[in-house]
Design a protein around this ligand. Structure first.
Ligand code: FMN
Length: 168
């Protein structure tokens, strides 16, 4: 297992555009003794209510949503490019249908009982503060709604406090 140490969020070296948008992340949570994860490339890092926060958006059909909803916290794991194929797999198959974590060979570790991946080089431990499902009538640009939600499966946005940043 890599030797993680804690840094402050403002010490992160990469931009969220690179980390989330280009390199992707694994959103991971626990429900009872089960863990599920999914790949995400939408979301952000910033400041809200005087706290450092991450936000993620999860469609209703994702199995991972059940895990995030069942838990106070979740993690965001950032893995280097060598793991991109595994991230593609974890982002195209549901944990409902396959034991996808064990198929990737990735290792689940825990920080205060919050699961993350030992192969990551950056991990954000996040505590949920706010959640809200996107609503059709709130889109000011209706073309976004038409393009991304033809089936009305609006994402739920979760804003979460970044409680810990672990890096290798
Ligand atoms: C690159 C990439 C980015 C993705 N980003 C998101 C996202 O931000 N939100 C979301 O709901 N699904 C996103 N997905 C889709 C989920 O990862 C995918 O549906 C996954 O299989 C869900 O797994 P689960 O059912 O086990 O939760 C993304 C998939 C890929 C490949």
């Amino acid at each position: 297992m890599k030797n993680f140490h804690e840094i402050a969020p403002e010490q992160l070296q990469k931009t969220p555009f690179q980390m989330i948008g280009k390199e992707w992340m694994l959103v991971t949570a626990k429900k009872g003794d089960k863990v599920n994860t999914m790949t995400a490339s939408w979301g952000g890092l910033g400041v809200m209510w005087g706290k450092n926060v991450a936000f993620v958006v999860i469609r209703p059909q994702r199995y991972t949503k059940e895990f995030i909803d069942a838990s106070d916290s979740f993690s965001l794991s950032f893995l280097d490019g060598a793991y991109k194929e595994k991230l593609s797999y974890l982002g195209s198959v549901s944990g409902r249908d396959e034991k996808k974590i064990s198929k990737t060979g990735l290792t689940v570790a825990e920080e205060n009982e919050i699961p993350y991946f030992a192969e990551a080089d950056t991990v954000l431990i996040c505590k949920k503060l706010y959640q809200q499902e996107y609503q059709k009538e709130c889109f000011l640009d209706s073309s976004i709604c038409e393009r991304w939600y033809p089936n009305s499966d609006y994402h739920t946005m979760y804003v979460a406090e970044i409680e810990k940043v672990l890096i290798v």
